[in-house]
Structures are given as C-alpha cells and as structure tokens.
Design a protein around this ligand. Structure first.
Ligand code: SAH
Ligand code: MG
Length: 218
C-alpha cells in the first residue's frame, strides 16, 4: 500500500511533466496564500484535467460552484473558445475579491463572471435569466448542498453536457459513516436516470480524494 510520500512523489512527477512552470498560476497561488485563504483548490494536475475535459467537450459556457481564489476557474477559462464564458458562484466576499484580482492577473477577467452570494440563491436567478445551457458544470462548494447543486445543474444543462463534482471521496473520510454526504451524493447521481456517470478516486499532493463525472442524457 503506497503512502502519502509515495504518491506525492508520483504526483510531483506528473505535475513536472504535464503542468509546466506557470508564473501566472504561481502568482495566483501566492495571492491566495498572502490573503490566508484555505489551500483547498484542486491539485495542479487536476486543474489541467478540468481544462482538458472542457476542451474535449468543446465547452463554450461553463458553470462553477465554489470559486475560492479562482484557481480552478482560471484553468477552465483557459479552455474556452473566443466568445466563451465561465460563470462562477462564490458566497464569501473576501474569496470573491481575491478571485477577481486573480482573474485580472491571469488575463481571463473578460471571460469570467463571478456572482457573489450563496449559490442556492444565485442558481434560481441563473435559471430565470434563461441563458444558453451550460456545457460543463463543476461542483466544488459546500458539500452537503451537492444534491441540490446537482439538481440545479440538470436544469441548467442540455443532453451532452457534463457535470463534474470534486471531493466525492475525501469529505466522506472526514465526515465518517454517520453523516456521509459524499456517499449519499454518489447515490443521488447513481439513481438519477437523466445521467450516466461514474466516480474515480484520485491521489495527488492533496491526498486521497475523487471526482464524480456525469454525462447528461436528457
Ligand atoms: N473551486 C476552487 C475551490 C473552491 S473551495 C478551486 O479548486 O480552486 C469552496 C468554495 O466554496 C469556498 O471559496 C467557499 O467560500 C465557497 N462556498 C461555500 N459555500 C458556498 C455557498 N453556499 N455558495 C457559494 N459558495 C460557497
Ligand atoms: Mg474541491
């Protein structure tokens, strides 16, 4: 059974090989550290994975729930074609402020619209606005709300869109068996007839965790 240091080393190799030094992302992380934001952003190799998934599905409109300092937002915004848009929802004004500065820093501010406020208040507004369907949704905010976010994601997407949820493993390990929000959430996804889905475990510099990935069918 490999230990944290073994998979740290492998993740470092993967990151060195596939995520070349990026002064912009380094500055983004530096700003996050200086502002004392929690270091709970996706691992670099997983940021790249989100970018690849967005490119693979040709996403023009992306919805993210949970911005933090905007690290994952910037990765996904980089996948957008000309005229594409990423909408990211954040409840914490301080996180939002740092994220907006980071979007400027990364040169993607024109493509990203940050909506400040609890996501469960913003999502109904997005639905009322009747914008084009989102091609990709990334769920990465407060985990107990994931079933509700998933249900909004289904309303705001179209057949062929993808929904990705982060931290579907780690939160479970932390919360224990009694209140196992991720396991319940995986059950919600598995039982939903409008998607076909799976979940993968991940090992990275962030430890043991996982993603769920759902393809919207109808
Ligand atoms: N996606 C980011 C990490 C997000 S961390 C990345 O990988 O870089 C989770 C974020 O969700 C935090 O910034 C937190 O403030 C925000 N959040 C928590 N509850 C929320 C809610 N109800 N509505 C919107 N954002 C919320
Ligand atoms: Mg996360």
């Amino acid at each position: 059974m490999p230990n944290q240091s073994a998979w740290d080393e492998i993740d470092r190799r993967i990151t060195d090989l596939f995520v070349p030094a990026d002064p912009t992302l380094d500055a983004v992380m530096q700003a996050s550290v200086e502002a004392e934001l929690p270091s709970i952003e996706v691992a670099p190799s997983h940021g790249k994975l989100l970018m690849l998934l967005a490119r693979i599905c040709g996403a023009r409109r992306i919805l993210e729930i949970g911005t933090l300092a905007g690290y994952s937002s910037i990765w996904m915004a980089r996948a957008l074609p000309q005229g594409g848009e990423l909408v990211t929802l954040e409840a914490d004004p301080k996180h939002a402020r740092i994220a907006l500065e980071n979007f400027d820093r990364a040169g993607v501010a024109d493509r990203i619209h940050l909506r400040l406020g609890p996501a469960l208040e913003t999502l109904p507004k997005l639905a009322e606005e009747k914008g084009a369907a989102f091609d990709l949704v990334f769920l990465d905010a407060d985990k107990p709300s994931n079933p509700a976010y998933f249900s909004w994601a289904l309303k705001l997407t179209r057949p062929g869109s993808i929904i990705i949820a982060d931290n579907v493993v780690r939160y479970g390990a932390l919360s224990g068996a009694k209140n196992d929000a991720p396991r319940d959430f995986l059950e919600v996804i598995a039982r939903e007839p409008r998607v076909t889905a799976t979940a993968i475990q991940t090992l990275s510099c962030k430890g043991h965790d996982g993603f769920a990935l759902a393809l919207v069918l109808s």
